[in-house]
Design a protein around this ligand. Sequence first.
Ligand code: PRX
Length: 665
Amino acid sequence: MTDDGDGAIEARLSDREYVRPPAKFVGQANVSDPTVYDRFDEFPDGFEEYAELLDWDEPWDEVFDGSNPPFFEWFTGGKLNVSHNCIDRHLPERKNETALLWEGEDGDTQRISYLDLYREVNEMAAALRSIGVEEDDVVTLHLPMLPALPITMLACARIGAPHSEVFAGFSASALADRIDDAGSNVVVTVDGYYRRGDLLNHKQKADEAIEEADTDVDTLLVWSRHGADHLHEDVSLVEGRDVLVEELLDEHRRERVDPVSRDAEDPLFLMYTSGTTGAPKGCQHRTGGYLAYAAGTSKYVLDIKPEDTYWCAADIGWITGHSYIVYGPLALGTTSVMREGAPDHPHRGIVWEVAEKYDVDVFHTSPTAVRMFMKWGEEIPAEYDFDFRHLTTVGEPIQPEAWWWYHEHIGRGDAVIVDTWWQTETGGHLITNLPALADMKPGSAGKPAPGIQPAIYDDAGEPMDPGTGEAGNLVIERPWPGMLQTVYGDDERFIATYWERFSDTDSDDWTDWTYEAGDGAVQEEDGYFRILGRLDDVMNVAGHRLGTMELESAVAEVDDVAEAAVAARRDEQKGEVPDVYVTVRDGVEEGETVRERIVAAIEAEIGAFARPANVVFVDDLPKTRSGKIMRRLLENISNDDELGNTTTLRDPSVPERIREQVHGD
Ligand code: PRX
């Protein structure tokens, strides 16, 4: 939990624990009728309210089918197309309204109307078909924050080909693993994109990934950042495999592709995420339930209206961008801003400059970003004339201090703030306040979203009473439409990861099945939930999930390394950062060269965003008598916390020696 260690804030918290939403917000909110909670508690029919926000080709026969737990079905029998819902249906009234406002890091901009988006998505859908993409083929995307990304996603959705977007910051190797797991024969990339002023050669990663992958990639579609005639100078095309998207699109100008009517339960996309063990899991999201949930929560929680300009400053390469830059906002017909590049380039005021330029109404970011803005100083946002009515945070707990700063300097004291707890697996927000209906409470994610039934269980699986102040395992007792369908290609892993621990897995009765979130949390007397963080070996680095196992196996690739363990260190800015503890092989000299190799291995296997904060060379790692590495003790050391119990160790003096080495004395 957050420990601000600051008496002043403690005092401020106790007399201002709750913050009322401003009356001017409440007066215009999409949802201000408290009976919404009762309506959604009519399980499962309450969720029809979200599905009714969409256009359906065929109505559903059943809202929820729980007959084969945990493979739950939503809106069974219904048919719809996501691209129709996000584009076509808005045309009669909003064809020349802006769907996407794109800001390039180099100052380039694009204003894409719903009509533009309609044309571009149709042409891209025709282009995908022309190279042989068929319904249900998984297309892997490795695209950064360019319009090409939502256009490609929506084109895939139009023809019923699930997409699997891999965050552009992932390395070639990570991309190769995901191409293989998804079995994609078509990959989509771009020649380059800007990051802090440099035009990066991005295509190279796809080239290397295809080389490394076992799957045959027949076609690599290559978008271009500055047009097909101005490719990045280091990029070359592989004859017979690579196709420039712009050239292909030229062959499909003015073509229209009828949106394929998909079953509500057909998959819409995969999103890979890190877990405790093994390779990243492909969370498979369905068409109907997912879109209904993303649209519904965008309307009810984010308070998005069609006439708004809405900016979620996340990357579409993660679930937040899928649900709350692309699918939710576009399903509601609003204007969604997206920006390429870093928030401090070309200067530290760029975010506020963009917010001012477009008069953004609703702004969405992570606590890591808030802490960074805070560090840069309130003078920066103070220079700009923006006016948000609604602010969101996602991805990590937000400390009260950062919350208050966000409220005061970004919300200027009169915006509502919602802290939204959810996961790649959940498709949309699960714990968060409806902004007009619940008071804000700094540092707390808030109440369950409508229809959601979270609870805290102890390790034995017994529900814990709210208000005791004791932390436990956060679980969700009732299914919801946005939940993942399965782990792609691995139903057993799906059950083992999310259900086994707190469910009666022999039961056919869905009420015996409980979803394990993997987070620790506390429920307070008022029903609000405070999220403490992951209970497993998954860390949260700047809101990005990283598995310690993945990091450790990257480090193990370095020949000099005998053994490695990774521990999460608390970081003021990023929440957590990885510390790597290694022992080297006999005859290897510890030092800078090996350190560089370790960092390089992590960059190569995962990506630069996973770089460790420290590499610590040690003589031995703390191990139990059976040889299991005790990461928790290393975590205690990294964080300068009291060392936990060391008596069960093979050599109890090891942690103390490492502690002295790291902290002196
Ligand atoms: O530990 C929780 C944390 O992020 C994890 C999910 O990460 P990911 O699947 O990458 O999705 C991030 C964006 C939805 C959770 O298990 N987390 C997410 N939101 C919050 C949070 N921790 C505290 N407060 C939140 N609002």
